[in-house]
Design a protein around this ligand. Sequence first.
Ligand code: GRF
Length: 194
Amino acid sequence: MSGLRKKLAVLVSGRGSNMEAILKASLAEDYPAEIGVVISDNPDAAGLVTANAAGIPALAFARNTYGSKAEHEAAIRDCIEVHAADIVCLAGYMRLLSAGFVTHFDGRLVNIHPSLLPRFKGLDTHARALQAGETEHGCTVHYVNAEMDGGEIISQAQVPVQPGDTPDTLAARVLAEEHRLYPAVIAQLCTVDT
Ligand code: GRF
């Protein structure tokens, strides 16, 4: 099966728990994708350590070692191409990608966001959901376009907001769903045309 698997490039900036969820899912023999490379803009990202320990190429591209955003993105784009990734998964990648980068990977660049988009684009989604008095919250996997958190929605998972929730308790409930949803959506994308 492994020769038929789609290749993923996963971009992380920090903890990398979504990357790890994809990694764990890909250990199943019938999972239709495998991670070919993990890329980070942050050399200290824990996700790089996790990937490395699993024997996956894990590469850091620190923004301050490039003269411009365009050069930084070009280096990342080249790395993705070298590893022949079919799908590029943003998993806690904290940098806005340019329209040029996004267009280059049109239709194969996806992201997971911790809210029920189009509600709560951007940061601090859990605190904002609580503040707004939401009774339901969740996460979204979507295609990436040039508008932050604005691309076409592929799939969502809901969780209830419970009395007494704090941003942390709500985040943990959402994160558990993220870890289920993202690998499932990727599997779906990787079996669509095979
Ligand atoms: C997740 O909540 C994800 O939805 C958001 O950033 C967080 C990344 O967490 N985009 P991790 O690095 O995958 O643990």
